[in-house]
Design a protein around this ligand. Structure first.
Ligand SMILES: [Cu+2]
Length: 196
């Protein structure tokens, strides 16, 4: 009898920690500045976005970008078909933040859970990027222009990173921000449309 009770208690403990882990995994983060596609949807600036408007923090996909991670054409949704609206170029019509090459810029993420972090990395498209087509790796400079290692530390709920915007771009381009989590197999993806 005593044995049975302790097994039940252990069982409860395992179930309890599973519920906790699931709870934290539903809370994550997204780029708010410059406004990412999911931020524009959540703000109502862009409509017909589907479910992402209610949970802009949920663009979670496999980590390892750019060698691994979401497939070409699904990068902005983190490979989540339920957020496919984020991959839709809308004819190049996504609102874009004006940037100048060489300027200093402060990026902001809003985190709803402060996961143990490997790094935050920021990528930019190359000239020749076609804003009317879903993003592929061949259109990106796959070396990040800004990479901030955290070595497993937990970032604050509002996390900012200052960097220098690369030079040599013209017209509409796309920034891809990737928040790589240290203790899971996942990362969070956010695409922000910009105009040079
Ligand atoms: Cu999370």
């Amino acid at each position: 009898m005593r044995k049975k009770i302790s097994a039940a208690v252990i069982g409860l403990g395992v179930a309890g920690s599973f519920v906790l882990a699931t709870g934290s995994a539903s809370s994550h983060g997204y780029i708010s500045t410059p406004p990412s596609r999911q931020a524009l949807c959540a703000a109502g600036t862009v409509t017909n976005c589907g479910g992402i408007q209610y949970e802009p923090q949920s663009v979670e996909g496999p980590k390892g970008f750019p060698a691994a991670g979401p497939a070409d054409g699904t990068i902005c949704s983190g490979g989540n078909s339920r957020f496919a609206q984020l991959d839709d170029p809308r004819g190049g019509g996504w609102p874009a933040t004006h940037l100048t090459g060489g300027q200093s810029y402060t990026f902001t993420w809003k985190l709803t859970a402060q996961h143990s972090t490997t790094d935050f990395s920021y990528y930019l498209t190359k000239n020749g990027y076609d804003p009317t087509k879903p993003l592929t790796r061949s259109e990106l400079n796959t070396t990040p222009f800004l990479k901030i290692p955290y070595n497993g530390a937990q970032p604050p709920a509002t996390v900012t990173h200052q960097g220098t915007i690369p030079t040599g771009r013209t017209g509409k381009q796309l920034i891809v921000g990737v928040w790589t989590i240290a203790d899971t197999g996942n990362a969070f993806y956010a695409c922000a449309d910009v105009q040079f």
